[in-house]
Design a protein around this ligand. Structure first.
Ligand code: HEM
Length: 471
């Protein structure tokens, strides 16, 4: 009774209990949440882990070029009790963050969770992706190893691509003509004090926007359209206990995998922590190959693919423009991939495959062959976004022919431009131009030959279906 009184004392002044109930325990969650719905709560878990481990790392870290490397590799890893564990949790957490983020984003794409009324949930999501990427770039400099130093030097150099004022901007960002003490100090402050707060703020907005409209689900059918007498959506169950229990299974499996890496493979063969980062930064010795972390590799393929740095940066930025614009590009009223056409399904499957493919190409050395290859696979990635408006409604044959001609022409024009500017020779380009050209042909010519492949399901179920595990 006494605790109830204390509870109501608080609740009368600060409605935490009411918010906890309406937003968490009693939140109406669609009954058919599947495997793909594990990642939101896992992302929150990794956020908390990164914040907590980051505080302990910051306590021992020295943001000074003479001390930074040793404060991590010696003080933290050897002299501090359990320091190695905290550091490996933080480095593995960074990778886990991006693995989960990519899966979580892909779920949104598959089930059309970016569509009305969830456009803002998506837009805040893409903003989180940008902010988290900035957080990762800033943190990567801190151990002051060779890859930290030269990776950050390469990132800062992208600013020089801006015509006219690029060099001044790069110098201003670095606080010096080369990456040095001022750069390390500001990266430390931004990584530890500024960006985490921005990240938390955007995640809050993401959650508020989601809870305002309610969750989508694997069928993409609005659960709030069918309510019982009490007003409760008939296809929803309260989050507690149904999804707290289900999510705890996800948390258990995730922690097993996560701690396997922390204890048995913390470097992940050079993927989680680059091997070159076990050498202190040396500003007068450039490593033969500078790579970003694995989760940025696909973007590296975009940047490297275009010889003119300015256009490379534009092409890179455009990927984010397309992500933000997804609710505008795909305006088909059907949300879930389950009820979309076979060719749309193909497009959604090709998207992550080419993204990974681009990453593999970028992990190779910077030969001309790899650059051209990367550019052509990037064109397929662009196509997967630009085909979305085509799938918005059934198209007459002439529209399909027009899309085919325009896209094939674009692909060959880009090559012609490269040839005309002496960027690359024809033989090298033709060896890989077939990749985007074939993708355009497969989608558009199949739609011409077998129009049924471009037809969405004629009717949607009225209520949620059980569905398979992955579907
Ligand atoms: C730290 C990063 C993030 C956190 C902590 C986070 C958290 C969450 C949580 C807890 C949910 C509800 C549970 C679920 O649906 O899985 C959710 C839903 C959602 N998130 Fe995120 N999210 C993050 C990043 C992103 C990003 C980068 C995007 C997209 C670019 C995104 C797009 C969405 C969408 C569209 C939904 C609604 C899904 C649906 O109802 O079907 N999120 N997020």
């Amino acid at each position: 009774m006494a605790s109830q009184t204390t509870g109501s004392w608080w609740n009368d002044r600060l409605p935490i209990r009411a918010a906890w109930r309406s937003q968490l325990t009693n939140y109406p969650a669609p009954k058919n949440f599947n495997f793909w719905y594990f990642f939101g709560s896992l992302l929150l878990l990794v956020l908390a882990t990164q914040l907590a481990s980051g505080v302990f790392l910051a306590i021992h870290y020295q943001p000074n070029p003479d001390l930074a490397y040793w404060s991590v590799l010696l003080t933290m890893m050897r002299d501090t009790h359990w320091g190695w564990l905290i550091r490996y949790i933080h480095t593995t957490g960074a990778t886990a963050f991006f693995v989960l983020l990519y899966l979580h984003m892909y779920r949104g794409i598959m089930y059309g969770s970016y569509k009305r009324p969830r456009e803002l949930v998506w837009i805040f999501g893409v903003t989180i992706y940008l902010v988290l990427s900035a957080e990762s770039v800033l943190g990567y400099l801190l151990p002051w190893g060779q890859m930290s130093y030269w990776g950050s030097t390469a990132v800062m150099n992208f600013a020089t691509a801006i015509p006219g004022i690029g060099n001044d901007i790069a110098t201003w960002l670095r606080g010096s003509f080369v990456v040095g003490l001022p750069t390390l100090n500001r990266f430390f402050v931004f990584h530890v004090f500024l960006i985490p707060f921005v990240l938390i703020a955007v995640i809050l907005l993401h959650m508020i926007a989601l809870h305002q409209v309610g969750s989508n689900n694997p069928d993409g059918i609005e659960i709030h359209d069918h309510r019982g007498k009490s007003g409760w959506p008939v296809d929803a169950v309260p989050f507690q206990p149904y999804f707290t229990v289900k999510d705890s299974v996800g948390v258990g499996v995730f922690l097993l995998i996560f701690f396997w890496f922390v204890f048995f493979a913390p470097q992940g063969g050079g993927v989680l922590i680059d091997k070159l980062n076990y050498t202190p930064a040396n500003p007068i010795q450039t490593p033969p190959d500078i790579h970003p972390l694995w989760y940025f590799l696909p973007y590296y393929a975009v940047l490297r693919g275009i010889p003119e740095k300015f256009y490379g940066v534009l092409a890179f930025a455009f990927v984010f423009v397309m992500l933000f614009a997804l609710p505008l590009l795909d305006r088909n009223p059907i949300r879930s991939i389950r009820y979309r056409s076979a060719l749309y399904k193909l497009n959604v499957v090709v998207l992550p495959l080419v993204f990974v493919w681009m990453g593999f190409i970028a992990s190779g050395s910077a030969t001309e062959q790899n650059m051209v290859y990367g550019m052509h696979v990037t064109e397929v990635l662009y196509c997967t976004f630009w085909f979305l408006p085509y799938f918005n409604k059934p198209r007459p044959r002439w529209v399909t022919v027009a899309w085919f001609v325009v896209f094939e022409a674009l692909i060959w024009l880009i090559d012609f431009w490269m040839f005309a500017t002496h960027a690359h020779g024809w033989p090298l380009m033709v060896r890989t131009t077939w990749i985007p050209a074939l993708y355009v042909a497969i989608v558009m010519l199949s739609a011409l030959a077998w129009p049924r492949l471009a037809h969405d399901a004629p009717r949607l179920p009225e209520r949620l279906t059980a569905g398979g595990l992955l579907h």
